[in-house]
Design a protein around this ligand. Sequence first.
Ligand code: PAF
Length: 283
Amino acid sequence: MERVGSIEEVRQAVLAARREGKRIALVPTMGALHAGHLSLVDAACKRADYVVVSIFVNPTQFGPGEDFAAYPRDLERDFDLLRSEGADLVFTPSVDAMYAADAQVTVAPGPLGDVFEGEIRPGHFSGVCTVVAKLFGIVQPDLAFFGEKDFQQLAIVKRMVCDLDLPVRIVACPIVRVPDGLALSSRNVYLSAGERHAATVLYRALRTAETLALGGETDAALLAEAMRACIAEEPLATLDYAAVIDPATLRTLDVLAGPARALVAVRLGETRLIDNMPLSTGA
Ligand code: PAF
């Protein structure tokens, strides 16, 4: 496994792999890797011949007062994990390597970026789209792997690829959970023991909606309300939102009649957690 920090080194390594006829995959990450990230690398290794993993804590997707400085970083541990998982190249650029001091152009996510996470974290998805578009330009992968855990991010990246005609196929990978249902997230390390215990409320809320939907409930507002009621029972949790949406448009649904996704976002102390689950009707 090769470790590089400059855009030129990535281009050279990817060019050499391409000359050998290899199919190139990119797994963009911000490091602090856990089994969720490793499942993306594993999926990439199965679908491609040369797997690039980027580790870059992207400052432009953090708002003022968010956890950019405190975001967990452990590069040596990440390298060991990626080596064992079979990645070929790890790209760890500095902020200066990624963003020229006089850079001016950014990618606007459009209306999908204004709701849910975008409403609570203004500018977040512009930062995500810009860095992902740059990574696509640098690596020029055939395939790029994203987790369903950040469901809105995934929807926006798919939309960006479609609307900007970017020549990359987006592969969505399922959420990885620990046995009590908590979705893996690099931010779980911030939770105190009590908050970690309370954090299972996100999964419980989603499962409540899932069970009601499977039982034949098609009133999407009622499903969202059931999730809110579940979260309200957890004293350490403060609800940001609970919604039932169309997975492509992210619009809040009235009725469950086709593809649907339940979303929740909750604060536990200083930590915000998000989670989601597909919903299908009992029919
Ligand atoms: O999901 C993440 O870790 C980040 O948003 C991403 C896609 C690596 C862009 O910085």
